[in-house]
Design a binder for this molecule. Structure first.
Ligand code: ZN
Length: 320
């Protein structure tokens, strides 16, 4: 079996208004909405998946938008920030673009030799864009509202907020196989063995910050990649051997998942790379209609009555 997780599969967060979420991520940030489906545990709620043109593992950010959801609170036992990779030369474009869209941006500042800017989505979810030397060689989606050369290439990293960074460091290192590669102040960076996007995770040691509260504008969980079902089963045994309670394998239609809380309290998932988002839609039409797993198809009419209709922003030319 692989001894090291290869990187981030996806990050899932909570939003309030569905249309505002689509307008921000598919419009302002120029990600592709690769799937409109429902929360499999709460089918009266959307589940939106955004990513590159195919929603490849490592590029995926997903949302449960609950209209009217109360805002959560930043704190420990939570993913405090989600960062995206763009080519190092594109940071100036992003700063100007976000400001023009009315988004308040701070930075740039330097973190571990990379420049970053910081901002929040309309629900207050903390986001970062990192000028990543490795990003220019990765494909940028050309079908969106933004120029492909500046497009977000995927998730750069997540930052875990922890009351005791050593506990979380131990599972990252000893069980999941991440390597500590840099430290600055109360921030430690770990790398996975993979390449491309989503190969980094930062842990912030925050002993005096209170615990987080879930809600709109907070991350629900981060999922790590398993190349296939056999490796996922092996990871499941390994996590259980670390003394953590891990779920059975759940069918998420586009991947299979296991979940567990790391010792610091952040919800981790391990998701399989296959089968991916082209399972039930052609690459050209990804995200254009509501897709339901077979077990919810009989309830489609009811589900469609409950979900508010959404409009996906058009491609190039429609946005400045
Ligand atoms: Zn997930």
């Amino acid at each position: 079996m692989a001894e090291t997780l290869t990187g981030i599969h996806h990050v899932t967060a909570i939003a309030s208004d569905p249309q505002r979420n689509v307008d921000f991520y598919a419009g302002v940030l120029g990600l592709r909405l690769v799937k409109q489906t429902v929360n499999f545990d709460d089918p009266g709620t959307y589940h939106f998946y955004y990513g590159d043109e195919l929603g490849r593992p490592g590029t995926i950010l997903t949302f449960f938008p609950w209209p009217g959801a109360r805002r959560g609170r930043q704190g420990t036992s939570q993913i405090g920030a989600t960062a995206f990779s763009v080519p190092a030369g594109s940071l100036g474009f992003w700063q100007a673009h976000l400001s023009a869209a009315g988004v308040q941006v701070s930075g740039p500042q330097v973190r571990f030799d990379e420049e970053i800017i910081m901002f929040a989505d309309p629900d207050g979810l903390p986001l970062e864009i990192v000028g990543d030397e490795g990003a220019a060689s990765l494909p940028g989606w050309g079908g969106g509202p933004l120029p492909a050369e500046h497009a977000i290439r995927g998730v750069h990293s997540v930052t875990l907020w922890e009351a005791d960074a050593a506990l979380t460091g131990a599972i990252l290192r000893d069980t999941l196989g991440f390597a500590p590669v840099a430290e600055a102040g109360n921030r430690t960076r770990y790398h996975t063995a993979g390449s491309g996007v989503g190969t980094r995770v930062d842990v912030l040691h925050l002993p005096d910050t209170g615990p987080a509260a879930g809600g709109a504008g907070t991350v629900h969980h981060v999922a790590w990649r398993a190349a296939d079902d056999a490796r996922q089963r092996a990871w499941r045994e390994r996590v259980a051997a670390h003394g953590l309670r891990v779920t059975d394998v759940l069918d998420r239609q586009y991947f299979r998942s296991i979940y567990f809380r790391e010792p610091g309290g952040v919800l981790f998932e391990i998701a399989t790379d296959p089968p991916g988002f082209t399972l039930d839609e052609a690459p050209d039409s990804l995200g254009t209609s509501l897709k339901l797993p077979p077990w919810y198809e009989p309830q489609r009419a009811t589900i469609e009555r409950i979900l508010p209709p959404i409009r996906v922003p058009a491609g190039k030319g429609a946005h400045g």
